[in-house]
Design a protein around this ligand. Structure first.
Ligand SMILES: [Zn+2]
Length: 382
């Protein structure tokens, strides 16, 4: 869903739906009719729905597949055919944008610069919030970091994790979005940047206990009812969270973070509920895996979408309201289709080549095995 965002000082206010805006407009001219309509309107949900997607990668094979030689542009619309209904339905949809928009020449691994059309397709799929504190944000140096920020700013989406300079960070971080009166704070940090150093005056949010404590404090001062930390951490290509992830998760909760979403391992890792000394329950998922990539290990070819519903009447002693759905990505050189496609379990086998059916069933089984090792989260088939 696309939202109307208004930046007021350092707080971004999110009005949850276009429908609300249209009704407000009607109120000015046809108030009696609006009152009638209000009686017929279904009640607003008593929660705000967040949705999280994993690592948005862009390898050379993806760039080649997306290229349209007739128009000379890049087309990614197939990526989100089956996922967009979910991201569009969420009040706020968040993704880890793990490439830069550094301009031409476009490049995949190891120093990513994706076509701008990639961002357009993700926005069109309903994503509102883009995380850029990850190990690839300096792949194209200062130019890549700054151009990525500018592209997202120009296209009106919320971006966090990397900044032009200290003043830019002070103005735009933490992000607090307001939806149905609930203020939700978003934080984003990375363990590192592949050994590349930030060019001054740019700023990257690295995992740092003192900085996190200050950011959490500022987030609460900005009125955040909930604080969600989006962490780029862990080891690649493993389903098991490491000691640092567990240590940092505890640290984040101790600093006042409510829930934690993990990225970077390119494979799914389990969830955990951390119960603090006040018996409040904090949801952590150590990794939600890849979104779209050309990574070759079977369990790289997909990931999970996690939904987190935040009650408007906050009760951290209640079980977190969380769900997930998984998806498997098919490759053009196997499917024969032009592009990569992310298939959810609800997509019938009948439209897939046989090799895809076997691969996606194996992926789904592996993911369910991983998820069964952690805190229970309901899997939704859609
Ligand atoms: Zn990463």
């Amino acid at each position: 869903m696309r939202y109307l965002y208004f930046i007021i000082s350092i707080i971004t206010l999110c009005f949850c739906s276009q429908t609300m805006g249209q009704e407000d407009a009607q109120q000015d001219v046809e108030q009696p009719q609006l009152l009638e309509e209000l009686h017929e309107e279904p009640q607003q949900p008593d929660y705000v729905s967040l949705l999280f997607a994993g690592d948005m990668m862009q390898h050379d094979a993806q760039i080649e597949a997306a290229y349209d030689s007739i128009t000379g542009s890049y087309d990614y619309t197939d990526y989100f055919t089956y996922l967009a209904p979910m991201s569009a339905a969420a009040d706020i949809a968040v993704c880890n944008f793990e490439v830069t928009l550094g301009g031409k020449p476009y490049k995949g691994f190891p120093t990513f610069s994706a076509p701008d059309e990639y961002l357009d397709a993700i926005i069109d799929a309903g994503f509102d919030v883009f995380l850029t504190a990850n190990n690839h944000c300096l792949d194209k140096g200062k130019t890549g970091l700054e151009r990525t920020i500018k592209q997202m700013s120009d296209k009106g989406v919320t971006q966090l994790g990397t900044y032009l300079d200290d003043a830019d960070r002070a103005q735009r971080y933490p992000v607090v979005l307001e939806c149905r009166g609930l203020k939700i704070g978003f934080l984003n940090y990375t363990y590192g940047t592949n050994g590349l150093k930030t060019t001054k005056p740019n700023v990257v949010n690295y995992i740092d206990e003192a900085a996190i404590a200050a950011d959490v404090k500022k987030c609460r001062e900005m009125g955040a009812d909930y604080i969600i930390a989006n962490m780029h951490w862990g080891e690649e290509n493993t389903h098991v969270q490491n000691a640092d992830q567990k240590k940092w998760a505890k640290m984040l909760v101790a600093k006042g973070v409510d829930h934690i979403i993990g990225h970077h391992p390119h494979m799914v890792q389990p969830a955990e509920i951390i119960t603090d000394a006040d018996t409040c329950k904090h949801f952590v998922i150590y990794s939600i895996g890849n979104m779209i990539s050309n990574m070759q290990k079977p369990d790289n070819a997909g990931g999970i979408i996690v939904g987190l519903n935040l009650p408007i009447v906050k009760d951290m002693k209640a079980e977190p309201d969380v769900w997930y759905t998984q998806f498997h990505v098919s490759w053009p050189y196997e499917s024969g289709l032009k592009n990569y496609n992310a298939y959810t379990p609800a997509v019938p086998d009948s439209i897939l080549p046989e090799i895809e059916i076997e691969k996606r069933n194996a992926f789904y089984k592996s993911t369910r095995d991983v998820m069964s090792k952690g805190a229970y989260i309901e899997e939704i088939i859609q």
